[in-house]
Design a protein around this ligand. Structure first.
Ligand code: SAM
Length: 307
């Protein structure tokens, strides 16, 4: 059983290596960190969604490490202050900075120095001056209280041992009335022990993931309101990755078990503030209780009225 600090060291080591390798190598594994020798055929991204159509997209920052499109659902307005948790090479930050415009500001936080360096280089060579990258742990963010209008994050909280701490930090740094849009990996059912214990799978965004109902409960318990599932997507781990951790029989049993790995994108608001109840902060109609049991493909933009 590894300590939280040991798990973080594994994650940092993996993402230091990933910061120095091409995106294609990341796309064919889990969260970019699966064993290189078992890449899925045809370089099909297992978790990452297509960013290329989003305004502000910077190809050099897209290391194919995400598992959703949180900025797409983040309702970022011009002039907003946005924080991206686990910003990697800056992929979501650059989309967000396009939306905040020159009057806004984006802060990316990541605890892997090589990622911070890569993100800073990406910003500097393009002359972007409304985005900055801070090295730090999102369990203790290097940010003051009540500064962010919006927080985004893509495929990061599953890597953090104490997710409760992160949601408490998100609550602290959001302005009253601010909100978050977070894409992440969650589980429906228990993973086989060999998968659960594999360090590669931890760094690959799989074995650090928690049950979806527990994830949503943590958000609720942190004090957020208007919790809404914006998108959910099943993640299918191919046999050529699973066979590194499981026998053929175990793979078959895993596939029969009904255990699901999902990418979800969740929206929630910190209560209070001038935006509370105002038109520019639409309240999703669907609440936490009704989400915990859903499993079908679901897509709901806050305020769209579709759920
Ligand atoms: C799967 S990558 C996602 C990167 C980026 N969000 C993207 O979509 O391209 C996870 C990132 O989170 C960072 N990370 C993991 N745990 C962290 C923590 N506790 N504090 C800060 N950053 C963390 C890693 O260094 C890595 O850059």
């Amino acid at each position: 059983m590894q300590t939280d600090e040991q798990l973080k060291a594994i994650v940092r080591e993996k993402y230091t290596a990933i910061a120095g390798q091409p995106a294609e190598q990341n796309a064919a594994s889990c969260c970019g960190s699966g064993p290189v020798s078992c890449c899925s055929p045809a370089d099909v991204p297992i978790m990452a969604d297509d960013y290329t159509q989003l305004d502000g997209y910077v190809a050099d920052a897209d290391l194919a490490l995400g598992c959703g499109l949180p900025t797409k659902f983040a309702l970022i307005k011009e002039g907003d202050t946005v924080i991206d948790l686990g910003s990697g090479a800056g992929n979501d930050c650059f989309v967000a900075r396009h939306e905040t415009g020159p009057t806004g500001k984006v802060i990316g936080i990541d605890f892997t120095e090589a990622m911070i360096q890569r993100a800073r280089t990406n910003a500097e060579v393009r002359g972007f001056n409304n985005v900055e990258f801070r090295q730090g742990d999102i369990e203790q963010m290097p940010v003051s209280d009540n500064v962010a209008d919006v927080i985004v994050s893509n495929c990061v909280l599953n890597l953090v041992p104490n997710k409760k701490n992160v949601f408490a930090e998100i609550f602290r740094v959001l302005k009253p009335g601010g909100h978050f849009s977070i894409s992440d990996i969650v589980l429906l059912g228990d993973l086989p022990a060999n998968l659960q214990q594999a360090a590669e799978m931890y760094a690959g965004c799989v074995s650090g993931a928690i049950q979806r109902a527990d994830y949503l409960r943590l958000i609720d318990e942190a004090g957020f309101t208007a919790v809404s599932l914006q998108k959910e997507k099943a993640i299918d781990l191919p046999d050529d990755i699973l066979q590194h951790y499981l026998s053929a029989d175990e793979i078959a049993a895993f596939r029969d078990s009904g255990t699901g790995i999902q990418s979800i994108t969740v929206y929630a608001e910190k209560p209070g503030g001038p935006q509370s109840g105002a038109a520019q902060s639409p309240k999703p109609k669907r609440q936490l209780e009704s989400l915990a049991g859903t499993s079908a493909e679901n897509c709901c933009t806050p305020g769209s009225g579709c759920c």
